[in-house]
Design a protein around this ligand. Structure first.
Ligand code: EPZ
Length: 421
């Protein structure tokens, strides 16, 4: 079984280049099903999740051409069906993002219910609420869901009870070709929503208000071809910013939009780090400190502290001086990394949504398991400062969201390897 082994690495120093955002590339690739002319995407990260969604599109008849490591050409002009393949849908929840485009394109679609996963049951009620509001008839089976809109989708005002990222994206994509105007109220405001809308507008869509909680979509007849560069991955950036903090290092994070990581910058300053932003070069520098001070974080929908950086920041707080509190408000079960950090000597007590941490002077290396993609990253961070070696298994989770995190960490001075155990 493949594992990552991390040893105590001292201060990480140097610069690291951030890849394109996984959570922008996934919806944008799904959205390319809406168009009938070829599109080109640049800065697409090389991740297993991206391979899966490209396979889903291929199974639907789209032509995929890899132009280079991070650029892909997609031609959805001749799709052969509107039913997403079960095996691929089960491999990755985000494949559910093809439902909106297929419904818009064909007036019907059959997709398989996305699996829940370690961090929560991941319902899709808000996605379906949106499709129903646009006039689709929904038939839910045990593990699949069919949507049919006999006389085509018609715009409407849709309030989503939680600013769900995926539901906002799926409804935007369905409404893009609907008749009339759709308004999504209480929409998610993540940068990945803005990137999806910028992409769609480039192809001829008419969407305003992305980044606010009210998004207005005026349906158009068709979408044309175009080219788009995916925004940088703010969560990968956050991971390396925290790597500098936890090792008292000095890291320049390149290809990072500071505005997308404001909560991380604020919290790293609270714990005693220095953050120097260089706006004109889209990069920032994080200088650690030998005395991390405890603080509290609370995850919230954007622009609040991102749930996808919660595990990584918790790793930092386990070696802070003093008490800290982590409140997870977005997912109901996103503390799986706590048990693994406890095995490394951390002191953490949790209830459903809250973890209280008492900082310890040192963690110790242990055999641990990545329980989800961000938890895996957190264990790498903990391993960088733990005494001895840390062996991380189930690293396929990490490969879903990070392209060569081992190579990037090693280039900063980390003692880290992939091994076959
Ligand atoms: C996206 O997932 C991201 N994934 C997640 O990143 C991220 O953690 C999450 O947004 C929150 O920011 C992708 O973009 C591919 P949600 P998504 O719908 O869209 C509830 C990572 O590590 N909800 O905003 O699935 C849901 O239960 C991944 O890269 C409903 O109740 O997240 C959850 O509690 C992990 N009904 C909350 O909303 C619905 O119909 C947030 O979920 C949909 C969601």
């Amino acid at each position: 079984m493949e594992k990552i082994v991390v040893s105590n690495s001292g201060q990480l120093k140097g610069s690291v280049y951030i890849d394109g955002a996984k959570n922008a590339a996934l919806p944008i690739i799904a959205a390319s099903l809406l168009g009938t002319e070829p599109i080109i995407l640049n800065n697409v990260p090389k991740l297993s999740d991206i391979e899966v969604i490209l396979e889903v599109l291929q199974s639907l008849g789209a032509k995929i051409e890899h132009l280079d490591k991070n650029s892909v050409k997609i031609d959805s002009s001749n799709l052969n069906g509107y039913e997403a393949p079960r095996d691929l849908m089960n491999r990755m929840r985000a494949s559910f993002l093809v439902m909106g485009p297929l419904l818009a394109r064909f007036g019907k679609t059959m997709t398989y219910l996305p699996g829940g996963c370690a961090i929560g049951k991941r319902p899709i009620d808000l996605h379906l609420k949106g499709f129903k509001a646009l006039g689709a008839e929904i038939h839910e089976g045990i593990d699949k869901v069919e949507a049919i809109s006999k006389d085509g989708l018609k715009g409407d005002i849709i309030y989503i009870d939680f600013p769900s990222v995926g539901a906002t994206q799926n409804i935007i994509m369905a409404a893009t070709l609907a008749e009339g105007e759709t308004i999504i109220e209480n929409a998610a405001k993540e940068p990945e929503i803005i990137d999806l809308v910028n992409f769609l507008n480039k192809l001829g869509a008419n969407i305003k208000g992305a980044g606010t909680s009210a998004i207005r979509i005026k349906g158009v007849e068709k979408l044309y071809g175009g080219e788009h560069t995916i925004i940088p991955d703010r969560i990968e950036a956050a991971t390396f910013m925290i790597a500098s903090a936890i090792t008292n290092g000095d890291i320049v994070v390149e290809n990072c939009i500071a505005n997308h990581v404001m909560p991380i910058i604020a919290k790293l300053k609270e714990v005693g780090c220095k953050v120097i932003i260089n706006e004109d070069k889209d990069e920032l520098r994080v200088i650690g400190t030998d005395k991390i001070v405890g603080t509290d974080i609370k995850t919230l929908p954007y622009p609040g502290f991102p749930t996808d950086a919660q595990a990584q920041f918790m790793a930092l707080l386990t070696i802070a001086d003093g008490q800290s509190k982590v409140t997870e408000t977005v997912f109901e079960n996103r503390f799986m990394h706590v048990d693994e950090l406890l095995r490394m000597g951390a002191i953490i007590a949790t209830d459903a949504r809250e973890a209280r941490i008492a900082g310890v002077p040192k963690l110790k290396g242990a055999e641990v398991k990545a329980t989800d993609l961000r938890a895996g990253a957190a264990l790498i961070l903990a391993g960088l400062v733990a005494e001895g070696k840390t062996y991380i298994s189930d690293i396929y989770h990490i490969d879903r969201g990070y392209d060569d995190i081992v190579g990037k960490m090693r280039s900063l001075g980390a003692k880290i390897d992939r091994i076959n155990d």
